[in-house]
Design a protein around this ligand. Structure first.
Ligand SMILES: NC(=O)c1ccc[n+]([C@@H]2O[C@H](COP(=O)([O-])OP(=O)(O)OC[C@H]3O[C@@H](n4cnc5c(N)ncnc54)[C@H](OP(=O)(O)O)[C@@H]3O)[C@@H](O)[C@H]2O)c1
Length: 226
């Protein structure tokens, strides 16, 4: 676990930050990039397929092609914060879970450390708190997420680990339930993206690991109450 987050708070509360989004063409990523851009942040949109570059530019991002299965060093240089929202998805085999969700995440954490990034926001999963209680079909995925989370918590980075419940494509409500022990539930990708944005540069989110599901507290208020 990194030490005194308050000492570094001043450097990450700038409203015009340079934020890297890893997995920028994913369903959450494509919601997150324009929200960050509209909020005044400069957004490095990390994708693996060069054919996705124009779409990310149109959303307000600056595309950078990086494959998490390859060399990621240098990919987040100059950034103040990194949001990791990449994932191998439910239709790939277990080797991709290892290579992307586990090893890709750990490589990105180490790249962020080497680059002097201040805050690393990880999109984890609610079941990663206790993988042994997860459904057998996804237990290996939950282990991968948990081990990457543990690596981030041990790193010197200012970490924020956001553990959404089951993701839906429902419209956003702007309201969530967030906390350490809130049970299971669904949450829309839109409200998840808004929660991630609310955590960036927010001192109350520094050094925190929390779950988030649909709820009735305005997102900024829920994050400030962490
Ligand atoms: N599904 C759920 O219910 C659930 C619940 C909790 C948490 N999560 C987590 O939420 C996050 C995002 O969810 P989502 O719905 O936005 O997922 P998604 O649409 O599948 O997006 C994942 C992104 O990761 C990218 N990616 C995969 N392998 C890569 C590689 N080798 N190098 C670079 N990028 C790579 C994909 O690129 P391509 O566009 O090229 O495929 C895709 O854009 C993931 O971390 C996931 O584990 C999911």
């Amino acid at each position: 676990m990194a030490g005194d987050f308050s000492l570094r708070a001043a450097s990450v509360t700038n409203p015009n930050m340079h934020v890297a989004v890893v997995g920028a063409h994913g369903k959450i990523g494509r919601l997150l990039v324009p929200i960050l851009s509209r909020a005044g942040h400069r957004v490095r949109a990390i994708i693996r397929d060069p054919n996705q570059a124009d779409a990310l530019s149109a959303l307000g991002g600056e595309p950078l092609v990086v494959d998490l299965e390859g060399d990621v060093s240098g990919s987040v240089g100059g950034c103040d914060a990194v949001v990791f929202t990449a994932g191998s998805g439910g239709h790939t085999s277990g080797d991709k879970t290892l290579l992307v969700d586990l090893w890709g995440a750990i490589k990105m954490i180490r790249a962020a450390e080497a680059a002097g990034v201040d805050q690393f926001v990880m999109v984890s999963a609610i079941g990663a708190i206790d993988p042994d209680r997860g459904r057998e079909r996804i237990r290996h995925y939950l282990v991968a997420k948990r081990v990457a989370d543990d690596e981030l918590e041990r790193s010197p980075l200012v970490h924020t680990i956001v553990r959404p419940g089951r993701l839906t494509d429902d419209p956003g409500t702007g309201q969530v339930l967030a906390g350490e022990d809130i049970g299971y539930g669904d949450i829309s990708r839109h409200d998840t993206a808004e929660t991630l944005v609310a955590c960036i540069g927010e001192p109350r989110a520094f050094g925190k690991s929390f779950s988030v599901i649909a709820g009735d507290t305005p997102i900024a208020q829920a994050v400030r109450a962490l």
